[in-house]
Design a protein around this ligand. Structure first.
Ligand code: AMP
Length: 405
C-alpha cells in the first residue's frame, strides 16, 4: 500500500512516499519519493527526490501565492515530471500526518475525523506554529486525495507514560488541572530509536534502559525504560530542555519577568527571542547550524566555541539527569541531524560520561555511518548512532491502523 506522509514544521513542509506491506516489518523501507519545502523569510525552496535518490531543486516550480498553494503544488509533483512516481492521486492508500502536540487527550495514532481536527485545533493555542501547519496539511490532503483515510500520529504520544512526578510541574496544582504539564516531544523519533537500539544490541527492549538523544534543529532526550518513556527534557512546549539551533532550552523564568518589567518586552518579542533568536544562533551570532558553528569555532571564533561548549554541557547534564531517572543506563543512542553526523558533538559529550560507564572508540566515532555502534568493547554502556526514521515510523503506524479497516 502506498502511504504518503506529511511532516509539517514551522518553517518546513516535508512529504515522503512509502510502499509498505499491510503488516510491515520493523526495518525501514526505502523512500519512493520525497518533497521538501523550506521557507526562510520570503525565500521559498523546493527540493524533490525520487526513488533513485536523485535530487531536483525546483525553486522555480513553486513561488505560489502562499504556503498552502506551494504545498499543493509540491504534492502534485508526485504525478508530474521530473519526479513522477504514481499515475495519479488515487494510488495513495493512506495519508499520515505528524502532529506535534496532541494535548492531554490525543495520544495514540488515530483516524482523522472532524472531531479529531477540532481537538488538534483546540491544542493549537499551546503549539501554534506546528499544529496550524499540521491542520493545513490535513486540509490539502483531503482536497487532493478525497475519500482516502488520513491518520494523525502525535509527537507527544510516546511520552503518555511519563510518571506524575516527571509530568507535573512544581507550580500551583491548578496548572496541572488545566492541562499545564510536561508533555514531551520528538516521541515518534524516540520510540523508533529505542526499538532500533534494542534490535542492534540483540536484546529485548523490555530488558533495557536507553537514553535516546534526538539532536536536530530541535533537540530533546528521552529516558526509555523497558520501551516506555519515563522522562524527557522537553515539557509543556518544545522550548524546555537542552540547547537547540535557535531555542535555548531551559532558562530561568525570572529572566522573562525581568525583560517584561524592565525592558517592556512584549509577549510576541519574547516568543521570537525564545523560539528564533536563542540557542546556537543566539550565542554564536554565526548560525543555528552545528556545521557552521564547529567551523567558526575551529577558525578561532570565541562565541562559536562558547555556543558549542554550552550545547555539549547542557547535553551532558541532560543525559546524566535521564540516567538518574532510569536508575542506570544500558545504551545511549544519538540520532537526527547533529546526532547522526557530528562526531565532534558525540566525542565532546561522551568525554565526560565515563562515570556512567560509557566509553567510545574515537576511530569508530569519527567514521560512524548510521546505524552503528561507537562504544569500545570494554564500555559498560553501549553507545549507538541511529538514523532518524520519523516519516517511515508514521507510515508504519498508518499501515497498522488501517489494516483492519
Ligand atoms: P534535522 O532537524 O534532524 O534535519 O537536523 C538538522 C541539523 O543537523 C542542522 O541544523 C545541522 O545543525 C545538523 N547537521 C546536519 N549535518 C551535520 C553535520 N554533518 N555535522 C554537524 N551537524 C549537522
Amino acid at each position: 500500500m502506498k502511504i504518503l506522509v506529511l511532516n509539517s514544521g514551522s518553517s518546513t513542509q516535508k512529504s515522503a512516499l512509502f510502499d509498505l506491506d499491510p503488516t510491515p516489518s520493523s526495518e525501514p523501507t526505502p523512500l519512493l519519493w520525497e518533497g521538501k519545502l523550506e521557507w526562510d523569510g520570503d525565500k521559498e525552496t523546493l527540493t524533490l527526490k525520487n526513488a533513485d535518490g536523485n535530487k531536483f531543486n525546483a525553486e522555480a516550480v513553486v513561488q505560489a501565492k502562499d504556503r498552502r498553494s506551494s504545498l499543493e503544488k509540491m504534492l502534485q509533483k508526485l504525478w508530474q515530471p521530473p519526479t513522477q512516481t504514481i499515475r495519479n492521486g488515487s494510488e495513495i492508500a493512506v495519508v499520515g500526518h505528524r502532529i506535534v502536540h496532541g494535548g492531554p487527550h490525543l495520544c495514540q495514532p488515530t483516524i482523522i475525523t472532524s472531531e479529531v481536527k477540532q481537538a488538534i485545533a483546540d491544542v493549537s493555542a499551546i503549539a501554534p506554529l506546528h499544529n496550524k501547519a499540521g491542520l493545513q496539511g490535513i486540509e490539502i490532503a483531503e482536497k487532493l486525495f478525497p475519500g482516502k483515510p488520513q491518520v494523525a500520529v502525535f509527537d507527544t504520544g510516546f511520552h503518555r507514560t511519563l510518571p506524575p512526578h516527571a509530568a507535573v510541574y512544581p507550580g500551583p496544582y491548578e496548572w496541572f488541572e488545566h492541562g499545564i504539564r510536561r508533555y514531551g516531544f520528538h516521541g515518534i523519533s524516540h520510540e523508533y530509536c529505542g526499538h532500533r537500539a534494542a534490535r542492534m544490541l540483540g536484546r529485548e527492549i523490555s530488558s533495557l534502559k536507553i537514553i535516546s538523544c534526538h539532536l536536530g534543529n530541535g533537540c530533546s532526550l528521552a529516558a526509555i525504560d523497558a520501551g516506555k518513556s519515563v522522562d524527557t527534557t522537553m515539557g509543556f512546549t518544545p522550548l524546555e530542555g537542552i540547547m537547540m539551533g535557535t531555542r535555548g532550552g531551559s532558562v530561568d523564568p525570572g529572566i522573562l519577568l525581568q525583560l517584561m518589567r524592565a525592558d517592556h518586552t512584549s509577549v510576541d518579542q519574547l516568543d521570537e527571542t525564545l523560539n528564533r533568536r536563542s540557542g546556537l544562533l543566539g550565542i554564536s551570532g554565526v548560525s543555528s547550524d552545528m556545521r557552521d558553528v564547529v567551523k567558526a569555532a575551529g577558525n578561532g571564533n570565541e562565541r562559536a566555541k562558547l555556543a558549542f561548549d554550552i550545547f555539549v554541557h547542557r547535553l551532558q547534564t541532560g543525559i546524566a539527569a535521564m540516567a538518574a531517572s532510569l536508575g542506570g543506563v544500558d545504551a545511549i543512542a544519538f540520532t537526527a541531524g547533529i546526532g547522526e553526523n557530528s562526531a565532534e558533538v558525540r566525542r565532546a559529550t561522551c568525554a565526560k560520561l565515563g562515570f556512567l560507564g560509557a566509553q567510545i572508540d574515537e576511530g569508530k566515532n569519527a567514521l560512524a555511518k548510521p546505524d552503528v555502534e561507537i562504544s569500545t568493547s570494554k564500555s559498560a554502556v553501549r553507545v549507538l548512532v541511529i538514523r532518524a526514521q520519523e516519516d517511515w515510523s508514521i507510515a508504519r503506524e498508518c499501515a497498522e491502523l488501517t489494516r483492519t479497516m
